[in-house]
Each structure stands twice: as structure tokens, then as C-alpha cells.
Design a protein around this ligand. Structure first.
Ligand code: PLP
Length: 421
């Protein structure tokens, strides 16, 4: 459920008409709902309530400071994948002790900054990374808290580009090597082993792969404890999917996911960490755009929008579906017309949808891409010298620009002229 609903024939974000924000901010822009972020965060809190836990929001999905602060105020920690994200999480008010640092390619400099600033744990993904972290920690006279990410070789049954838990993927340490690597870690003076980490992929619409992976983590935890390791935390990653197409089956709810966690690892007495991103931010955001032209081709009609693949890359990158709705509610009984919905970028890949049935639209009309809060603004670029798409947040009847659109002047000034020119 989200808080982008029609009221009096107009799409509203909570209590604010979307058209009012478009008039004030200009299009395109991302629009986030505080109430939806809050609701989704609380669903996870409720699902894990019986267990000691920390929800480390995967800020890679939507990392605006105001989004982070909203979640931090509810008690969220953060999952970061670069020191840039680490510093931003800190700037949003998330304490280092509530931040887990994931990712296969942390540099020594990133490790140093996070260790100095304070960090809950590094999720280590390889033996060379473990050795590097040990050296960095020793040089600082510290011990780095570490969970080792294992690769359970589970098919997440999701898009191949966001599946991470198969043995052919670059992530984690194979289960067959896990005990040896934990032993190696335990022998390093700069490392303090605190737990096991797993993340099998994103946009999972089925609980079976989670069940399989967490079952393997539970078995491993028992073995590791028998080997003498103090495994006190299990980081179970993120990945729960969201309904992108309202007409499709609804993915499992956080409550059902919580039940899987309790069933598989609940009796181990570990503190549970999860790293949800998409389920918290995805349906909490829309991308609002205006129709520039309606172009009638020989075979089809094109709806040319002022948003493009640089603003929302998921359709061209993953072939992803986003529901597109007009901001003015169509009158009941309006007949749908098929459009190819495209942006102005000079690539055929700049296509959001083909032959999408929509109510008849005209130049100047506003449309909204639903479920655009996750992996939307964070993946935006300035390709074609198009200004980075701004972000706006609503809270009840208020709204605020939380990342402004840069001016062309600012964009041009970011480059500098080589001295010989
Ligand atoms: N944790 C890690 C290590 C990830 O790589 C990702 C995303 O792929 C996430 C958490 C968040 O996943 P999602 O947004 O699907 O919940």
C-alpha cells in the first residue's frame, strides 16, 4: 500500500495534489511519501519484533538525506556499499554502530575512514579483503568487527542482473570454503568475527529461496559455533520484492518473510540484521513527468515525455515495468489507447513502455511512474546534458524539495578547461 491516491479526480501524494508540486518545482521530479516510507519500515519492525534485530536500510535503493533521516528517526540503521554512502548515512544522523558496510570491492581508504568513524561491522566478501582489512585495522590499533558473507548457491529466481547468491556470481565466499575462512579470520589480530552475512538478490517474489539460503546459514552457524566461533549476529541481507504491476500477483509480505526468518534461524539466539531497500523505498516514490508531444507514427503513437532513461534507467537497463498513470484521473469508462512511452534521449533504448494502454493524453498532461522510489533517483545521470532530476518529499500537507535541480550554469562549471586550450 502507498499514499499516492486519486482524490477529487487528481493524483495526490498524501494530502498534496501532485499537480501543485509540478507547478512549483517543474518536471520531471521524484516524489517521496513520508507516510509510505514509515509504513514499510514499520512492517519490517513488526515482522521481526519477537527477535533481537536491527533493520539496516539499504540506502543504495534511495539515499536522499531526508529519506535517511526519516528512517533513522524510526530507528533504522543503514547498509552502505561505499564510503560515500557511509558518510551520507552519518550526515543523516545514523550512528556508526548502526551501519553495516557491504560490497565486494572496499578499498583500504574506505576501510580506514569507516573504522575511524565507527562502524557496526564490515561484511567481508573475500580472503584478500579480509587480509587488507586486518592490515588497516592493525595500523590503526583497532580490531575490525566482521561478518563474513557466504554465497549459499541458491537460485533467487529473479532478474539475472540482480541475482547475487549463485556460485557463478561475484559475491561472498562459497559455503564449502566458509569454515576455513572463518578460521583464518579468527587467527587475525585485527579482526573480530561477529557473524555470518548472506544476500541472495533483489526483487525476490518468492520466499522459497530465502528459506533455502537461511537454512544453510543456520547449519553453518551451528558448525561455526562448534568450531569455537562466537557467532552472535546474522545479517540476512535484503531482497524482498514489490508489486511493480498492480495486475500481477502480490509478492510475499514482510510478515511472511519474518516467519521464514523465525523458522530458519530464530532458535539460534543471534541478533538478526536485515538490509531491505526496495521494499521500503520502492512504492514510497513516484516519478512525475509531463508529456511534451504526442507523435503519431505510421504504426503507433508515441508519448514523448520530459523524463528519460537518464532519470529512470530501470526500463532500459532491466526491461523493468513501471505502471504509468495520468495525474488527472480519467473519467469512468474512458477508453484506453496504446502508446509507446518514450523520453527525449537520442537512443531507441530510451523507451519506458511499448504499446501501453493509457487514457488519451495530450501535450502538457502530467503522468506519474509508480514504484519509482527504489533504484530510481540514485541511478539517475546527466546523460545528454540533462540536469539531474530533483527530489521532493511530502509529509501530510507539506512538501519540500530535498534535492534541487542543478542549473545549466552549475552543470557547465563542474567541468574545467584543460590549461592548453
Ligand atoms: N544488501 C546488499 C548487499 C545488496 O547488494 C542489496 C541490493 O542488491 C540490498 C541489500 C538491498 O536489496 P533490496 O533493495 O532488494 O532489498
Amino acid at each position: 500500500m502507498d499514499h499516492f491516491l486519486y482524490r477529487d479526480g487528481e493524483l495526490h501524494a498524501e494530502d498534496v495534489p501532485v499537480a501543485e508540486i509540478a507547478a512549483a518545482v517543474g518536471t520531471p521530479f521524484y516524489l517521496y511519501s513520508t507516510a509510505t516510507l514509515t509504513r514499510h519500515y514499520r512492517l519490517f519492525e513488526e515482522a521481526l519484533a519477537p527477535l533481537p534485530h536491527l533493520i539496516c536500510y539499504a540506502m543504495k535503493s534511495c539515499g536522499n538525506l531526508s529519506v535517511l533521516r526519516t528512517l533513522a528517526a524510526l530507528g533504522a540503521g543503514a547498509d552502505v556499499v561505499s564510503v560515500g554512502e557511509y558518510l551520507k548515512a552519518r550526515a543523516a544522523g545514523i550512528a556508526g554502530e548502526r551501519i553495516v558496510f557491504s560490497g565486494v570491492g572496499k578499498t583500504r581508504e574506505e576501510m580506514r575512514l569507516a573504522l575511524e568513524g565507527g562502524i557496526r561491522q564490515f561484511n567481508v566478501e573475500s580472503e584478500p579483503e579480509l587480509a587488507a582489512l586486518n592490515e588497516v585495522a592493525l595500523a590503526l590499533g583497532r580490531r575490525a568487527p566482521v561478518a563474513i558473507r557466504v554465497n549459499p548457491d541458491v537460485d533467487a529466481r529473479t532478474h539475472e542482473k540482480i541475482a547475487t547468491g549463485r556460485k557463478e556470481n561475484k559475491f561472498g565466499i562459497p559455503l564449502s570454503r566458509a569454515r576455513a575462512v572463518f578460521a583464518e579470520a579468527a587467527a587475525l589480530d585485527g579482526i573480530e568475527v561477529v557473524g555470518v552475512d548472506v544476500h541472495i538478490g533483489s526483487q525476490l517474489v518468492d520466499l522459497a529461496p530465502f528459506e533455502e539460503a537461511y537454512g544453510k546459514v543456520a547449519d553453518l552457524t551451528r558448525q561455526l559455533r562448534a568450531d569455537g566461533h562466537d557467532i552472535r549476529r546474522l545479517d540476512l541481507g535484503g531482497g524482498l520484492g514489490i508489486p511493480y504491476e498492480r495486475s500481477n500477483a502480490v509478492p510475499p509480505l514482510p510478515t511472511d518473510y519474518g516467519a521464514v526468518i523465525r523458522r530458519t534461524v530464530g532458535d539460534l539466539g543471534c541478533e538478526i540484521e536485515i538490509e531491505p531497500g526496495r521494499l521500503i523505498s520502492g512504492n514510497a516514490g513516484i516519478l512525475v513527468s509531463r508529456v511534451i508531444y504526442v507523435k503519431s507514427g505510421e504504426e503507433r503513437d508515441f508519448l514523448i515525455l520530459d523524463a528519460a532513461m537518464n532519470d529512470l534507467v530501470r526500463p532500459s537497463m532491466y526491461g523493468a515495468h513501471h505502471d504509468i498513470v495520468p495525474v488527472r484521473e480519467p473519467a469512468p469508462g474512458t477508453e484506453a489507447h496504446p502508446y509507446d512511452v518514450v523520453g527525449p534521449v537520442c537512443e531507441t533504448g530510451d523507451t519506458f513502455a511499448r504499446q501501453r494502454p493509457l487514457p488519451p493524453l495530450a501535450a502538457g498532461d502530467l503522468v506519474a511512474f509508480r514504484s519509482a522510489g527504489a533504484y530510481g533517483a540514485v541511478m539517475a545521470s546527466e546523460y545528454n546534458m540533462r540536469p539531474l532530476v530533483p527530489e521532493v518529499m511530502v509529509n501530510g500537507d507539506q512538501f519540500a524539495v530535498i534535492r534541487a535541480r542543478p542549473s545549466y550554469d552549475e552543470m557547465i562549471k563542474r567541468d574545467s578547461m584543460a590549461p592548453w586550450l
